[in-house]
Design a protein around this ligand. Structure first.
Ligand SMILES: Cc1ncc(COP(=O)(O)O)c(C=O)c1O
Length: 431
């Protein structure tokens, strides 16, 4: 006889502690979570289990590009789930083909592989590089210090931050790190084994540091001269967050006197995830035409890659972004936030050291000894984010000193003003 498992007791409303207790007992404690149990969302706002409202300028770490509970996402999910959710990649499905076509149109001649996360998209690029260099015995990939490329074994080997590697040695071989935005450092690091470079256009987890146009142009030239693949990790800074589809397009758009170079600039591979599905897990990597067939039949696969469900949602997300011109919104609202934050940094230099970023990817570097923050041993960024929570604003810490705004791309000017008002009050109280 089938065993009947009793239903778990209902979680009592207003009981964040009950939710946290479930986690403590049953969920592997690999995340240091904030003391918030969230229940639902609408647009740019989130609500906790006690019904308290927060303005969400974190966007689920650059994922919820249309905000929460967007009707277009819900409709696409419902429509496609009634039709077909998954069949495997043994067969052709229209949404995957159409999404690949849309991404190729946005980037240039090439092809796309679909997967489920940013780390997995980067893994695909690592395999592509190894395949490319295999017959010449080349396998080494150069990445930057302070970069972040995911938490898989190769992802942490590629990442230029010691903290993600500690305890998981020995590292996957074949990665070398150099200073970001330093072309000579890359030139010096190239060895006979080098096959590719991988960089973020705007380092995200590393604290919101954009690459310079000269660096990008220089890397392209160097890769062409030395027969190396140039990869860009667009997982966090991609999907219109900076005001263009990919951050490199935004970075080089005003490269003075070099319009022609800017127009023809393309990396050889780009990884994507996060905002691509607006909250539904989907990752992808695009490969430029000359290399697009290197990963032939049987060489790479993933069960859930490019399901009709994920692709239908991603297509709808793209449609909304383009129809509502959210790239321009990211640019304009981002510029407003950055200007106001820069003003705040001038008014409160004891709290804010600097403000950086492009579009709706903004980093605020905090001073190291903020008068009002004194919890021993706790990073300033975490303490500051906690204060913002108390004031009803969600943001994302980056390391010990920086906090990030990575809000929905449809954040309105009024919502941005509200966010800055809350931020200003917290900064003022700490100074
Ligand atoms: C630039 C970059 N690459 C890769 C990743 C890894 O993505 P995922 O967490 O989806 O594996 C992240 C995640 O923050 C990222 O910011």
């Amino acid at each position: 006889m089938k065993e009947i498992v009793p239903a778990p007791p209902a979680i009592v409303r207003n009981a964040a502690a009950a939710v946290q207790a479930l986690f403590e007992k049953n969920v592997i404690p690999s995340y240091a979570r904030f003391d918030l149990a969230l229940s639902h969302g609408a647009g740019s706002y989130l609500y906790d289990v006690a019904g308290r409202r927060y303005l969400d300028l974190g966007g689920g770490i650059a994922v919820c590009c249309l905000g929460h509970a967007h009707p277009a996402v819900t409709e696409a999910l419902l429509e496609q789930s009634r039709k077909l959710i998954h069949v495997s990649n043994l067969y052709y499905t229209e949404p995957q083909g159409r999404l690949a076509e849309a991404l190729v149109r946005l980037l240039g001649p090439g092809k796309v592989f679909f997967c489920n996360s940013g780390a997995e998209a980067n893994e695909g690029l690592f395999k592509l590089a190894r395949k490319f260099g295999h017959d010449e015995g080349r396998y080494e990939i150069i990445t930057a210090f302070n970069s972040f490329h995911g938490r898989t074994l190769a992802g942490i080997a590629a990442t230029g931050q010691e903290k993600v590697k500690k305890g998981f040695e020995p590292a996957v071989p074949g990665f070398r790190h150099v200073r970001f935005n330093d072309l000579d450092a890359v030139r010096r690091a190239i060895s006979p084994s080098t096959v590719a470079l991988l960089i973020e256009g705007v380092q995200g987890e590393g604290g919101i540091t954009p690459a310079s146009p000269d660096y990008l142009f220089g890397l392209r030239r160097l890769c062409d001269e030395r027969k190396l693949l140039l990869f860009m990790d667009g997982v966090q800074d991609g999907h219109f967050r900076t005001g263009r589809f990919q951050s490199f397009q935004r970075i080089i758009e005003n490269a003075e006197g070099r319009t022609q170079v800017a127009e023809s600039f393309l990396p050889d591979g780009i990884s994507m995830a996060k905002s691509l599905g607006g909250g539904i897990p989907i990752g992808a990597f695009w490969v430029r035409a000359p290399y697009a067939d290197l990963l032939g039949p049987g060489s790479h696969a993933t069960t859930f890659g490019g399901t009709p469900l994920a692709c239908a949602v991603a297509l709808r997300v793209l449609e909304v972004i383009q129809r509502e011109n959210l790239a321009d919104n990211a640019r304009n609202v981002g510029e407003y936030c950055k200007t106001r934050l820069l003003e705040l940094s001038q008014k409160h230099p004891r709290v804010i050291r600097s403000v950086r970023g492009l579009g709706l990817m903004i980093g605020i570097e905090l001073a190291s000894n903020i008068p009002g923050l004194s919890e021993d041993g706790k990073a300033v960024s975490l303490q500051f984010v906690g204060r913002l929570h108390d004031a009803g604003l969600l943001t994302i810490p980056s390391g010990t000193q920086v906090i990030r705004f990575l809000p929905p791309l449809n954040l309105s000017r009024q919502e941005a003003e509200e966010g800055i008002r809350i931020f200003e009050k917290v900064v003022g109280d700490l100074d």
